[in-house]
Design a protein around this ligand. Structure first.
Ligand SMILES: [Zn+2]
Length: 315
């Protein structure tokens, strides 16, 4: 925002001009934001993006005199809107031929979504939807993403967010926007979380989803091992290194509170296992040499997929 376009009078607020590219004085309409910033825009672009604005252009609008160095003075309609300049700048970057805004926080995303709904900007709105479910938002603030999606009737995005909420214990999550959703919706969210925890619990103690194959912890001669009591996929009970047994038990406990696939390879679980594997290595055991790589492979390619499978069946 830069130049003033008019001198402030006793009652006149200071009006600033928007940052490029929305300071183009060849624009044939001005949108004036709630914080008094004038965006010089083009009716044809706005009309294509928003039927609401298109209709508005058909109505008589108050005009302001615009100083134009080459053409002298001409009148440009000025439309005051309730959005602030940050929101309008973000919105227009979805409509004009320029880079889309990064939208680095959820407040910005929410304001743009709400404004685009108001102006019925369907096509641009689809691109903002994709930003709402960026991994960074889903991983850090899934409850807020869920609420924003729910309030804007974005069913697919709300489902994605509900799954991401499984990363955390449900009772530890809070967002001010909770007041925007009915208690019944929150109840269903709690229930969904609980049922996913129950589904994940069904993976234990009989690991019927694990092929014995060549996982080293089922055959290490140097690790303390006990009958795990686990009936594997090939229908046998087998001995397993104690560290693997404890890894599974810790994972089962974690999944009950946080039934999300990534939990089984979270740092606290893996660090514990890796310490035990290092101890086996000091004894010259087989786990010590290939256990590290195998556990990574097991957690990612088998365990996570199984948690994903059983929780994705929960509606
Ligand atoms: Zn071992």
């Amino acid at each position: 925002m830069s130049d003033q376009t008019q001198e402030p009078g006793p009652q006149t607020p200071i009006i600033n001009v928007a940052s490029p590219p929305f300071d183009d004085l060849t624009g044939n309409v001005v949108l004036r934001t709630s914080d008094n910033v004038d965006f010089y825009l083009h009716k044809v672009i706005l009309s294509l993006a928003s039927p609401v604005l298109k209709d508005m252009f058909g109505l008589p609008q108050p005009s302001t005199l615009l100083q134009d160095g080459q053409e002298g003075q001409r009148e440009t309609p000025v439309i005051s809107i309730s959005e602030d300049s940050r929101t309008l700048d973000n919105m227009m970057r979805f409509c004009y031929p320029c880079d889309e805004p990064a939208l680095e926080n959820l407040n910005d995303v929410q304001r743009v979504i709400q404004a685009m709904e108001k102006y019925d900007m369907t096509e641009a709105g689809k691109r903002v939807r994709r930003m709402l479910v960026k991994p960074v938002f889903l991983e850090k603030e899934p409850l807020r993403v869920f609420i924003i999606a729910y309030c804007s009737k974005m069913e697919d995005e709300a489902r994605l967010a509900a799954r991401s909420i499984l990363r955390f214990p449900i009772k530890g999550q809070y967002a001010e926007e909770l007041q925007d959703i009915p208690a019944s919706v929150y109840y269903h969210l709690l229930d969904y979380h609980d049922r996913c925890g129950q589904a994940a619990s069904g993976l234990f103690p009989n690991l019927t989803w694990v092929q014995k194959q060549n996982w080293v912890w089922f055959g290490c001669s140097q690790c303390p091992a006990n009958y795990y009591g686990a009936l594997l996929a090939d229908g046998v009970e087998t001995r397993a290194s104690n560290w693997f047994k404890e890894y599974i038990e810790r994972a089962a406990k974690a999944l009950k509170a946080r039934p999300h696939p990534t939990v089984v390879s979270c740092p606290e679980l893996m660090e514990f296992a890796f310490k035990e594997i290092a101890t086996c290595r000091s004894r010259g055991g087989a786990c010590g040499y290939s256990g590290f790589a195998q556990l990574l492979s097991f957690s990612k390619s088998v365990f996570e997929k199984e948690v994903e499978r059983v929780t994705s069946e929960v509606n």
